[in-house]
Ligand binder design. Sequence first.
Ligand code: FMN
Length: 147
Amino acid sequence: MKTMTASKVLLIYFSLSGQTSSLLAQPANGFKEAGVSVTFECLHQINPIHFPFGSIAATFSMMLVTFFRKRIPIEPLSEKCNASYDLIILAGPTWSYHPSGPILSLPDRDGKTLFAGQNVLPLISCRGYWRMHWFGLRSLLRKKGQM
Ligand SMILES: Cc1cc2nc3c(=O)[nH]c(=O)nc-3n(C[C@H](O)[C@H](O)[C@H](O)COP(=O)(O)O)c2cc1C
């Protein structure tokens, strides 16, 4: 990551059960207190999956497909993502040791336009097993010349 002073931050996030959204309040307040402008962009699933999943079988199935890093299609980003930012924070939950499906979809679809040459900081929301998520996301972003 380049050494930099951020004055404009784009915070892109996905949150299925609300934990990631809650986590974001503190860093966002810290940025604002430091005079940094923060723009939020929430990723929306095209065919929303809801939490809880409804049954043990559905939960097991979700854990299995997410282990294989199934992408979950997301709606197009809003216009505000086309502006220029000093830093992009990419925040979301760990699903079966990996980034969640909506977060995985983003670099696939928009990586070249959104992240190329950008400073990108992943923010992980999880119960404790975050390392594979971190290494996987870093490698995905590096493939597209980010981070
Ligand atoms: C399908 C699924 C798989 C998960 N797998 C992991 C995991 O491998 N490691 C972990 O620490 N937490 C795991 N979790 C827990 C979430 O990462 C954690 O609760 C997160 O804070 C939820 O964020 P959200 O409320 O923004 O969706 C999993 C949750 C779900 C729904």
